[in-house]
Write a protein that binds this ligand. Sequence first.
Ligand SMILES: [Zn+2]
Length: 236
Amino acid sequence: MNIVHVAAHQDDEGHSLGTLLKFKQQGGHHITLICTTNGDKGMSWNPEIPYEKAAAIRDKEMRSVAKALGANYICLGAEDEFLYDTKEMRLRLIDALRACRAELVFTHWINDYNLDHTTTAALVFQATMNSIITSMVSEHPALEETPKIYYWDVGDGFGFEGTHFVEISEELIHEKVRIIRLHESQMEVMRKIGPDFADMLYERAKAVGQRVGVPFAEVFRPCLASRRTPLASMLP
Ligand SMILES: [Zn+2]
């Protein structure tokens, strides 16, 4: 299966990384990570670092995550924290989904604490539907089937009620924590505003697992819009 993870920023894959690792472990899948923005505001407490340099650091970190996952990485290049639903961004995402022949897409929940996240979810909603429409012309040929969408866990406070649970093994939870730490610059940024990000993801996976009686799990919610609703069996 061609699996595509569409996030706003380089490090937003934390809530689905265990599931992506499980796909990798199964074998036979192609995984592509897409970021809609270039992450150039990511050196949050070091404004003296130029935006281009910040974007380059985050690109490098994201490429090491992609490498660890055996995935491709595509950046759509919008300015971090200024992502808008524009004609250009829709076409870029449609073409990226076509380029990787997307079948299953993971993305942000439709309500979130950051508008880059909700805009990414909106772009995915529209671009998946448009990716099969041949009159929507882009570089790559249209898809034959509309890709299906799963939303990942955004945490509490945003009306996200997870319904589809994926058990994550002890081995993969440690691998997830190791890989998320490859975003070295972001680990430092997060420590300034809260608990260690990788530790937080570990605790979240444990709490989600407890709900379904396994040591660790991640949870998703299917898109219920026509042609984009996934089968439960698409999850590993
Ligand atoms: Zn983000």
